[in-house]
Design a protein. Structure first.
Length: 557
C-alpha cells in the first residue's frame, strides 16, 4: 500500500517546489513532507462546552499520528450549539451546519490531498457531519468524539441540561422560583463536554462506535476524564493502521453496519435525530436505507440501557458500568447484531464486544433476559398526516394512543408563547408546522416547547407533532420529522385549528380525522409560504435540501 497515495500529488517532484516552500514556511520539513499527510479536522469552537476542549484532544491526536509515522495537519470547521440556540432564530443554523461541516472537511481533504483524516467532533451535528465527509471522501479515516459532560449536582441530585429546560416550564407555571431556577442554571453544566444524557450527541457517539467508524470504547470516555488524552493519542496509531491496511470508510459502512447502529440507538433509548443522521450518512455512502428500516430493527431490539431523558442514568454512568462494549456483548448474545461487521480497528464488532468488562452491581445496562422494554424506543408512524413517515420515541412510559383537538401554530415561537401563557390544555395536540428542512429552513428542534409542556405538568396529557425535529432530551408523546413537510405541501399544511388528531403507536398511525376529499380540497387551496430567507446560506440550503425522510441532505437539483 502506497501510504502517500494522495499526497504525492501535492508534495513530490520538481514542479511541487513552490508548494513545498509554502509548507516549509509554517515549519514542515522535507522529512515531514516525505511522510503520509493526515488531516485532523477539528470542530473546536469557543461558544459551547461540547467542543471547547477539542484543541487539547486534537493536539494529542497529532502527537499520536507523528509517533505512528504520519505528518498531521490540523484544520478547523465551524460548529453550532444546539443547546444554546434552542428556541431562537439561531437554531435554524444547526442542521444547516451539518452540511457545511461535512462540506468543509471534504473540501479541505480534497484540496490538500490528505492521505487519511481524523475527525474530532463534539456537539450534535459535528458527529454525523464527520461521518458524512468520510463517506464522501472514502479515504482512511475515523471519528473521535470529545466525550460527555459530567452531570451537575443540584441539592444532592444529579442534573443535566434537560432539567434546566424543564425548569423553565416549571418556573412559568409557578412551581419553581426565579432563585431556584438560577441556582439550577449555575450547576447543571459543570465543565466541558457534550450534554450528558442519551441525547443527540451521546446517541450519535454510540452510533459511531456501533457502526464501526470510531474505535470501540474511545468515544464513551468522558470529556474531562484523564484517560481521554491517551485515547486521543491512540487515534494516531489507529488511523495509520487504517492507511497501512487500505481500509476505507465504505468498507465499514455496509448495510449490516447501519442496522447495528440502529440497534444501538434502539437499545439505549437514543435520540430521534439518529434517524435523520443515519439516513444522511447512508445516502452519502450509497447504502440503501429507508425510514421504515428503523421500525424493523427497533422492533427486534430490546431496550437495555436505563439512560436519560426517560431513564435514571447519564452517559458517564454507562461508561463506568461497562460502556458500549458491554452493550454490544449483550446484544450479540441475543443475536441482535451482525457480528462480523468491520470496525476502524480492523477487528470485527464481535471481537471488540468480546472484551467487555462489566462493573459488579451496575444497574445501567439491563440483563438480556430482563430488558427494560422488549423492543426499542424508535417508532415510525404513517398515515394521512405523514405519508412519507414521521418519527416518535417511546420509552415505555408514554401513552400509546391519543385523540384530541389540533392547536395549530406556524412557528415554534408561537407555540412556546401559547404554552407559557397557559393556553394549552390537557388533551390538546400541539401542531407546529413550517419548521421543516425547507420551510424553517433548518428544521429546528422543539426542546423548548416540549420541555415547557412537561414543566407545566402537561407531559402526560398533551401530544405534539411537527415537521421540525426534537432534541434527544425530548420526552412525552411527540412525533417529529412529519413528511412531506408543510413547505412542500404535505398534509400537515392542511390541518385546521380544532381538527381531531389521532395517534396510535401500536398501529403505527398518525392521522387527522378529516376525509381524503376534504384534505385534497384544502391542499388544492394551499399556497406555499414566502421563504423566510430568500438569499444567503439559509436560502441556498432551502433550495437544495431534501425531505427529512431522505435525511435532509443537500444535493444538486
Amino acid at each position: 500500500m502506497d501510504l502517500k497515495h494522495r499526497s504525492h500529488g501535492i508534495t513530490d517532484g520538481r514542479d511541487r517546489a513552490p508548494a513545498r516552500a509554502m509548507f516549509k514556511a509554517v515549519g514542515f520539513t522535507d522529512s515531514d513532507l516525505n511522510k503520509p499527510l493526515i488531516g485532523v479536522a477539528n470542530t473546536w469552537i469557543e461558544t459551547m462546552p461540547c467542543n471547547f476542549h477539542l484543541r487539547r484532544l486534537s493536539a494529542k491526536v497529532k502527537e499520536g499520528i507523528r509517533a505512528a509515522g504520519g505528518t498531521p495537519m490540523e484544520f478547523n470547521t465551524i460548529a453550532i450549539s444546539d443547546g444554546e440556540t434552542m428556541g431562537t432564530e439561531g437554531m435554524r443554523a444547526s442542521l444547516v451546519s451539518r452540511e457545511l461541516i461535512a462540506d468543509s472537511i471534504e473540501l479541505v481533504c480534497r484540496g490538500q490531498m490528505f492521505d487519511a483524516v481524523v475527525c474530532v467532533v463534539g456537539c450534535d451535528k459535528t458527529i454525523p457531519a464527520g461521518a458524512m465527509a468520510l463517506a464522501r471522501l472514502n479515504i482512511p479515516g475515523l471519528v473521535l468524539y470529545g466525550g460527555t459532560i459530567a452531570p451537575g449536582n443540584y441539592r444532592g441530585k444529579d442534573v443535566t441540561i434537560q432539567d434546566v429546560f424543564e425548569a423553565v416550564g416549571a418556573n412559568a407555571a409557578g412551581k419553581m422560583t426565579d432563585a431556584e431556577l438560577h441556582e439550577l442554571e449555575n450547576v447543571a453544566c459543570p465543565a466541558a463536554g457534550a450534554c450528558g444524557g442519551q441525547y443527540t450527541a451521546n446517541t450519535m457517539s454510540t452510533v459511531m462506535e456501533m457502526i464501526g467508524l470510531s474505535p470501540m470504547g474511545f468515544n464513551s470516555v468522558p470529556a474531562m476524564d484523564p484517560k481521554k488524552d491517551q485515547i486521543a493519542y491512540d487515534c494516531g496509531e489507529v488511523v495509520m493502521n487504517l492507511l497501512r491496511q487500505g481500509i476505507n470508510p465504505r468498507d465499514i459502512l455496509t448495510r449490516p453496519a447501519f442496522e447495528n447502529a440502529i440497534a444501538g440507538v434502539a437499545a439505549t433509548g437514543g435520540s430521534t435525530n439518529a434517524v435523520l443522521h443515519l439516513l444522511a450518512i447512508a445516502r452519502e455512502a450509497g447504502v440503501p436505507l429507508h425510514i421504515d428500516d428503523f421500525q424493523k430493527v427497533s422492533e427486534r431490539t430490546p431496550l437495555l440501557a436505563d439512560l436519560k431523558p426517560s431513564g435514571r442514568f447519564v452517559a458517564s454512568d454507562m461508561h463506568r458500568a461497562g460502556g458500549i462494549r458491554l452493550l454490544v456483548q449483550r446484544l450479540l448474545e441475543g443475536k441482535h447484531l451482525y457480528q462480523n461487521a468491520l470496525t476502524v480497528t480492523g477487528k470485527t464488532l464481535s471481537t471488540e464486544g468480546g472484551s467487555a468488562v462489566e462493573t459488579p452491581g451496575q444497574e445501567v445496562i439491563a440483563l438480556l433476559e430482563k430488558p427494560l422494554k422488549k423492543t426499542g424506543g424508535l417508532v415510525i408512524l404513517h398515515g394521512n398526516l405523514a405519508p412519507e413517515g414521521c418519527v416518535a420515541k417511546i420509552s415505555g412510559h408514554e401513552r400509546l394512543s391519543h385523540r384530541g383537538p389540533a392547536r395549530v401554530f406556524e412557528s415554534e415561537e408561537d407555540a412556546m408563547t401559547a404554552v407559557t401563557e397557559k393556553r394549552i390544555k390537557a388533551g390538546d395536540v400541539v401542531v407546529i408546522r413550517n419548521e421543516g428542512p425547507k420551510g424553517g429552513p433548518g428544521m429546528r428542534e422543539m426542546l423548548g416547547v416540549t420541555a415547557a409542556i412537561v414543566g407545566e405538568g402537561l407531559g402526560g396529557s398533551v401530544a405534539l407533532l411537527t415537521d421540525g425535529r426534537f432534541s434527544g432530551a425530548t420526552r412525552g408523546l411527540m412525533a417529529g420529522h412529519v413528511s412531506p413537510e408543510a413547505a412542500l405541501g404535505g398534509p400537515i399544511a392542511a390541518v385546521h385549528e380544532g381538527d381531531t388528531i389521532h395517534f396510535d403507536v401500536n398501529q403505527r398511525v398518525l392521522e387527522v380525522e378529516v376525509s381524503d376529499t376534504a384534505l385534497r380540497q384544502r391542499l388544492a387551496q394551499w399556497k406555499p409560504p414566502q421563504p423566510r430567507y430568500p438569499t444567503g446560506v439559509f436560502g441556498k440550503y432551502a433550495a437544495l435540501v431534501s425531505s427529512a425522510s431522505e435525511g435532509a441532505i443537500t444535493k444538486p437539483k
